[in-house]
Write a protein that binds this ligand. Structure first.
Ligand SMILES: [Fe+2]
Ligand SMILES: [Fe+2]
Length: 217
């Protein structure tokens, strides 16, 4: 299987796993007050963690195109953080004492263990950005439903198109890098591990917040 065939197969496998996100949550309990603030902080955490890991990898990724993709990714995610933060302040959500990187999520810890470029790209860009994109489609619909027009517009016009772009750039990179069966196997394992970890984090968050949806990165 060449790199392109592999990436197409991996995308289809990932999508089958991610379809779960579109099912209504099993037990979301009663949404707590402060739900919107909680979700916005969750979004900020995801964005800063995506920034952090991409930036950490820039200097340890020798392949020049992958390095550039990660650097651009870090910049975009940093911008998402800043734009959401601006909206949060305008909405009167207090971020005093908010330390989004403490503690790191299971997803960030998982990504930090990946050492090869194909694994990193498969997990952080191909899988995670597909997961984030799918969650954000739901988050956007939720924001529309509750009348949060400004934040919804940010997701519709900037963040969601960016996450799609990240996913697509990851797919193009991985197709270049994953020429052998061995590399493909490692990349597939990394993507699957990311999706499993992300699913655990999502299930916990749905349970603890009573939210009907949670934002991605
Ligand atoms: Fe992203
Ligand atoms: Fe993002």
């Amino acid at each position: 299987m060449d790199g392109n065939e592999f990436v197409n197969k991996l995308k289809a496998e990932n999508e089958a796993i991610l379809a779960k996100i579109d099912e209504p949550p099993i037990s979301s309990g009663i949404p707590k007050s402060e739900l919107l603030a909680t979700l916005v902080k969750m979004a900020l955490k995801n964005e800063i963690e995506a920034t952090e890991i991409a930036a950490e990898w820039v200097s340890t990724t020798p392949e020049i195109h992958a390095k550039l993709a990660l650097a651009r990714h870090a910049g975009d995610e940093a911008r998402h953080y800043q734009l959401i933060e601006e909206k949060a302040r305008a909405m009167g959500i207090s971020l005093d004492g908010f330390r989004p990187l403490e503690p790191p999520s299971l997803v960030l810890n998982y990504l930090r263990k990946l050492t090869t470029t194909p694994e990193r790209i498969a997990a952080a860009l191909v899988a995670r950005e597909a997961m984030g994109g799918r969650r954000n489609v739901q988050f956007l619909a939720f924001l529309d439903r509750i009348g949060q027009r400004e934040l919804a517009a940010l997701y519709r016009d900037v963040i969601n198109p960016d996450e799609d772009r990240h996913h697509n750039s990851g797919c193009a990179e991985l197709a270049e890098l994953a020429g052998s069966a061995e590399i493909q196997q490692a990349a597939r394992r990394a993507a699957l591990g990311l999706l499993e970890t992300g699913d655990r984090v999502r299930s916990n968050a749905l349970q603890s917040t009573g939210a009907p949806v949670i934002p991605g990165c």
